[in-house]
Design a protein around this ligand. Structure first.
Ligand code: KG4
Ligand code: ZN
Length: 332
């Protein structure tokens, strides 16, 4: 029997609802992005994000059910990401999820939002096998996992300060671009594909899989102050900056695959929507004979389909929660 799950993601500034049949048939996946709501403040305002989630979550659930041509009574479980993210935002999703699970008398499945990102690939590729190296490049987290199976993995490395996405967004903001900065920086990397300025490749030579991008952000700030004339070539500057990020992500991920003797890499998270990143990973994978898994752009950025997919795997194994499910801001 193919179970039907409704999943909710409100961890940051997107409200997303999905309905999934089995582990891969997306019946609905609707996301309302709040970027415009926060633009005038230059970043996400937690209190405002939380209020916006509250305003739109119920109409979005109605929309998703309408798209899927289903009623509440046909749902088998409710999925929700309960960490990490903004507490006030997660609370809205988790409270609605608990109310639905209780009133419909169906199981509740809590999931880790970061762990859910690679499931954008599991939605698409039924033949993905283990072991696997997952690179997650989301806005707030950059992580490399060594996954032996579902729910059986080690974190090999992570961002020790700014995540790659965070660094890209902050540098784009420095250049006067609104959130999210990733798409404009990616555009520069494609239209002006150069590494003219050779910015630092942070921790490239350290013998671990961690990332540290705050030094690169500072280098960009200093570069702006010290070489204002170079800013006439903004596309080249941003392109060179992004090349540093891509080089570090690529080097550490393929090093992990090589050292662990693993021939499969899955990339996911918002920054994976970058065409430049994708091209670079595809070239390296071809060269090193690695099987690369990559989601389409709409499944790279935050969405509830990936959350529901991870929940479907958990539900199948009886890994369900009760109404005591907690909410946590941090990953650990
Ligand atoms: O995974 P995500 O939607 O949110 C978190 O879980 O944090 O990732 C958001 C990040 C932001 O840094 C944003 O600038 C970046 O993904 N991003 C992109 C693109 N679309 C979103 N970066 C490069 N190219 C894109 N097309
Ligand atoms: Zn995310």
């Amino acid at each position: 029997m193919e179970y039907i799950g409704l999943g909710i993601d409100t961890t940051f500034d997107d409200t997303s609802i999905a309905i999934l049949r089995g582990k891969s048939e997306i019946l609905a996946n609707v996301t309302l992005s709040q970027y415009k709501e926060h633009e005038e403040f230059g970043g996400v305002v937690p209190e405002r994000a939380s209020r916006k989630h509250m305003e739109v979550i119920n109409p979005l659930i109605e929309d998703a059910l309408k798209q899927a041509k289903l009623t509440f009574q046909e749902l088998d479980y409710i999925a929700v990401s309960n960490y990490p993210g903004l507490l006030g935002s997660i609370l809205i999703g988790v409270t609605v999820a608990k109310s639905l699970a209780y009133s419909l008398q169906i199981p509740l499945v809590g999931v880790n939002h970061v762990e859910a990102h690679p499931y954008a690939n599991f939605l698409l590729y039924n033949n993905m096998d283990f072991p696997m190296i997952h690179l997650v490049v989301a806005g707030g987290h950059t992580l490399i996992f060594h996954a032996r199976d579902h729910f059986d993995y080690d974190i090999l490395g992570r961002s020790v300060d700014d995540a790659a996405g965070e660094c890209v967004d902050k540098v784009a903001k420095m250049f006067g671009y609104p959130m999210p900065g990733g798409p404009i920086v990616d555009q520069c990397a494609l239209t002006a594909p150069s590494d003219t300025y050779q910015f630092p490749r942070p921790v490239l030579n350290q013998n671990n899989y961690n990332f540290s991008f705050s030094g690169l952000k500072t280098a960009m700030l200093r570069f702006r102050e010290e070489q204002p004339e170079a800013l006439k070539h903004e596309a080249d500057v941003l392109s060179s900056f992004f090349q540093s990020i891509v080089d570090v992500l690529l080097y550490k991920t393929f090093k992990a695959a090589h050292n662990k003797k693993i021939e499969r890499i899955s990339v996911s998270g918002g920054l994976a929507a970058s065409k430049k990143l994708r091209q670079s990973f595809e070239e390296a994978a071809q060269d090193k004979k690695i099987k690369l898994y990559y989601p389409p752009p709409q499944l790279c950025t935050d969405n509830a389909a990936m959350v529901t997919c991870l929940a479907a795997y958990k539900f199948e194994q009886g890994l369900i929660d009760d109404l005591q499910l907690g909410v946590f801001a941090n990953l650990s």
